[in-house]
Design a protein. Structure first.
Length: 149
């Protein structure tokens, strides 16, 4: 199995990060590696998401985990490999959130494909994470401004 994690922290609370992360139809607002992302039905475990990476054909992922304000995961199978993506949110003791974006690749062809495929997929994790956190921080600031008005 091949694995990669990218971790970042934000001043935004877990609920603010979750609001952006859980709005799958708007992922292209912050994840520049995607041409389109569409939730195909309800946002629930077993639901499907059609994602079109920039310059590539669409792929269909199955949602495997949803824990509000804590975790989202999905899985995609193709060409003898299984791609398992996850975002895990942890509230920090002094406020804010730590987010871990993880990819695991396994399956019968993982040994052959993952060493090249994995780095190609994960090279955008830092930029996507920065976009996610920036959107969450802006949303939280807007929420605070509305509450104090």
């Amino acid at each position: 199995m091949w694995e990669h994690e990218h971790t970042a922290e934000t001043t935004a609370a877990p609920h603010a990060v979750w609001a952006v992360l859980g709005d799958l139809d708007r992922w292209t607002d912050w994840d520049t590696s995607m041409e389109s992302v569409t939730l195909d039905g309800p946002f629930e475990v077993g639901g499907t998401v059609t994602m079109t990476p920039v310059g590539q054909d669409p792929i269909v992922s199955v949602i495997t985990r949803i824990e509000e304000n804590r975790a989202y995961a999905d899985e995609t199978e193709f060409g003898g490999v299984t791609l398992r993506f996850s975002h895990t949110l942890t509230e920090l003791p002094d406020g804010g959130t730590r987010v871990v974006h993880r990819l695991e690749i396994d399956g019968p062809e993982a040994g052959r494909l993952a060493p090249e495929l994995g780095p190609m997929i994960t090279e955008d994790f830092p930029a996507a994470m920065a976009g996610l956190l920036a959107h969450a921080e802006r949303a939280e600031q807007s929420e605070r401004a509305e509450q104090s008005a």
